[in-house]
Write a protein of this length. Structure first.
Lengths: 239, 249
């Protein structure tokens, strides 16, 4: 009786993927072995080397020895680029997720410089309001309010809003500042250049969104590699 | 005796050209069955329909009761197939191809090793297994394909011109393997145009010429159709020429 047993589809896919990888590996090994053989044939022989090995190839130009060095340099460069792009992608994903998932709560998101200026203005206004001299108090209150208007205007003009939207946003910012002061504003997280401990979102909701986004990216990426490889295998076998 | 292979009014045509015409035969279990015929008679087309590679124009072919086209995956589990010209993936060594074939049959590494070792020794293939299969000679490719066809110990072996390209040593080894498998109760269905091979090995012979079955039976039954001491060669030429003159009329 035949000992053949049915195999599952994932198992069949795994065998085909492994076969495809094995073929790629063999192809690269052959290429490397050929280069190594060529290098050994053209290196200066020492000791009791057979005479035939001393014969140098003259009809065709020899391959430059600089090529492997260049290849290594290129390989390292590509590796570094891949590392940088991957790291930057992770940092951007983390930053987007943290901003999207509302880590600023009901606060208005502003840039770091705006946040600093608002804190400074809030402190100053608190001191001004405590001034006993009403004339001086009005004078400084007016100065700081004009300063605040400038800060809000700069912040609003960073976004591409229409005139009406700008006015509405400015009004909203003024109201929030009047009610809550600088505490009504929160810094918009910008993506760090490097992957760091901050890349891992602190908030639980942001963390779950980050994990889902990362898993989806990987899930889409793996089938792309597997099916791309299988398509290559099929195309080669068709040939 | 139950029929393992049943071919019933099988026809394959390509437009106006008929490659196999109303072929009907059955092969009982445990037989060595030879499909004899000149080049272009329809032997390989018949075998390809048995393996589910070609769709019959009409009629049916069944192996162990399974339809050869509709149930071709199940059929392949019961059959070991040696094509006339085996083709392998490039950049794979002989050992890697054997392992791949075995794994696709659901065999473990140890089972593959156990099943193939005696075959590899018998066919003297051991030294070549670390070489890439595309670099093999035709005979070596045939040996490798034979190992792949037999590694799951199938009940039926379908061999298309099995000794084509083999050296005399390998041919003898293959004959021994075929006899050994028949002794184990396996069925061997092979096509050939080598009459002496069919005469030496077979228990049943079918002769096809110009896409039609012209003779079927044991060697003694075929001899009885002519004179009692005719060789297979004489029988073959007699029935093939009968068929030629019949189709010419």
């Amino acid at each position: 009786m035949s000992s053949s047993r049915p195999i599952s589809t994932p198992r069949a896919l795994w065998i085909l993927t492994r076969l495809s990888l094995r073929r790629h590996l063999n192809r690269h090994n052959i290429r490397f072995a050929r280069k190594q053989r060529a290098f050994l044939q053209h290196s200066v022989p020492t000791g009791r080397t057979p005479l035939k090995n001393l014969v140098k190839r003259s009809a065709t130009p020899t391959k430059g020895s600089g090529l492997p060095v260049f290849s290594i340099f290129l390989f390292l460069l590509l590796g570094f680029n891949g590392f940088m792009l991957g790291g930057r992608g992770l940092a951007l994903l983390s930053s987007t997720v943290q901003n999207l998932s509302g880590s600023t709560g009901d606060k208005i998101a502003v840039t770091l410089s705006t946040e600093t200026r608002l804190k400074q203005a809030d402190d100053a206004l608190r001191q001004v309001r405590q001034m006993r001299d009403p004339v001086g108090r009005e004078k400084y209150l007016g100065m700081w309010n004009r300063y605040l208007d400038g800060v809000f205007l700069n912040e609003v003009r960073r976004g591409a809003y229409s005139d009406e939207e700008e006015n509405a946003r400015l009004q909203h910012m003024r109201e929030v500042f009047a009610q809550q002061g600088a505490a009504g504003f929160a810094r918009l997280d910008s993506a760090g250049f490097w992957v760091s401990s901050n890349t891992w979102p602190a908030a639980a909701s942001a963390r779950s969104v980050f994990l889902i986004a990362l898993s989806l990216t990987l899930l889409l990426w793996i089938p792309l590699i597997v099916f791309g490889s299988l398509a290559q295998t099929t195309r080669t076998s068709d040939k | 005796m139950t029929a393992l292979v049943e071919i019933d009014v099988l026809t394959k045509s390509y437009g106006g050209f008929v490659a196999v015409d109303d072929l009907t035969l059955s092969v009982p279990s445990g037989q060595i069955f030879a499909l004899l015929g000149p080049n272009g008679a329809g032997k390989t087309t018949t075998i390809r329909m048995l393996m589910g590679i070609l769709v019959p124009t009409s009629g049916s072919a069944r192996i162990s009761g399974l339809d050869c086209f509709r149930q071709r995956v199940e059929v392949k589990r019961k059959v070991g197939y040696l094509p006339d010209e085996p083709v392998f993936y490039d950049f794979l060594r002989g050992s890697e191809i054997i392992r791949f074939s075995g794994e696709m049959h659901g065999l473990s590494k140890a089972e593959i090793e156990e099943c193939t070792r005696p075959l590899i020794e018998q066919l003297d293939l051991g030294d070549a297994l670390d070489e890439f299969a595309v670099n093999y000679s035709k005979g070596m490719k045939k040996k490798l394909a034979l190992v792949c066809a037999m590694l799951h110990d199938p009940a039926l072996l379908i061999l298309d011109e099995p000794t084509n390209g083999l050296d005399p040593f390998a041919t003898r080894a293959l004959h021994e393997i075929i006899r050994g498998k028949a002794a184990e109760g396996k069925t061997i269905f092979f096509s050939t145009h080598l009459l002496d091979q069919a005469e030496k090995l077979c228990t049943q012979i079918a002769i096809i010429a110009k896409a039609r079955l012209v003779a079927l039976g044991t060697l003694s039954e075929l001899q009885a159709r002519l004179s009692s001491d005719s060789s297979l060669e004489e029988i073959f030429f007699a029935v093939a020429s009968e068929s030629g003159s019949a189709s010419g009329q």
